[in-house]
Design a protein. Structure first.
Length: 227
């Protein structure tokens, strides 16, 4: 049974060199969400969208897990922890975490819109790449775009209903349904903790640690492991 549910966002990978979305100069200051992160944007200009994720895939591949990713893997080795991430990078897994739920998809995966075959994404995708299963030129990155339904919601809801602690790390709490997990956690009676560079607006967490993830996450993990 899950004891601790951890939700992570772009802030946990920031010190690995991957930009966040909404901090100053972040990805959404450089690109319009409508253009690169919606099904409509992909239908209008598949090359632009594919290039955007190709660039992010290349960047993610160059990045290394940081002390925060490693600390969560250490916690997972000692306690029953479910890591749910909004991130599409693979730094939790490369940091040693297991069973990570990628609710917004994964840069290293792709799928076919004709036959729903899921497969490992090549480092550089092209919009007319044929599907390895059905050969149709209808592949796309396995990323959940705005207007699409995030993955693993039933599993996450079940974990929240049985856990005793909910922790939110490096996320601004702007994007639902992830932004609503803290309210669900409170309704289930969980202790709620926020670890972030800044307290998020209207934050309702019972416990907060403010600072860079590479400092506050290892410190919080040590505190939990000391019991
Ligand atoms: P945001 O960019 O909205 O928020 C990042 C959060 O991390 C902010 O609250 C920062 O203060 C914090 N932060 C920045 N650097 C940090 C550091 N070194 N240590 C700790 N915290 C730090 O990113 P998300 O909340 O992850 O979805 O964004 C959620 C979703 O919006 C993403 O998954 C993506 C985006 O649109 C899709 O593309 C579907």
């Amino acid at each position: 049974m899950t004891e601790i549910v951890i939700l992570t966002g772009a802030g946990i990978s920031a010190e690995s060199g991957l930009g966040t979305f909404r901090d100053e100069g972040g990805l959404w200051a450089q690109h319009r969400i409508e253009d690169v992160a919606t099904p409509e944007g992909f239908a209008r200009n598949p090359q632009l969208v594919t290039d955007f994720y190709n660039a992010r895939r290349a960047q993610a591949r160059e990045a290394a897990p940081n002390a925060a990713h490693l600390a969560l893997a250490k916690l997972q080795a000692a306690r029953d922890v479910l890591i749910v991430t909004q991130n599409v990078d693979d730094l939790h897994r490369r940091g040693g975490a297991e069973g990570v739920l990628h609710m917004h998809g994964r840069l290293d995966r792709a799928f076919c819109t004709s036959c729903d075959h899921h497969f490992d994404a090549p480092l550089v995708m092209a919009p007319d790449d044929p599907c390895p299963a059905c050969r149709q030129p209808t592949t796309r990155p396995d990323i959940v775009w705005f207007g699409e339904i995030p993955h693993h919601m039933a599993r996450i809801e079940r974990a929240l209903s049985e856990a005793s602690i909910f922790v939110s790390i490096g996320t601004s709490g702007n994007v639902y349904p992830a932004a609503g997990f803290v309210q669900a956690a409170q309704a289930y009676g969980l202790h709620t903790v926020e670890l972030n560079m800044e307290p998020t607006q209207g934050s309702v967490f019972a416990e907060r640690h403010v600072g860079p993830a590479t400092e506050v996450v290892p410190a919080w993990v040590d505190q939990v492991l000391r019991g």
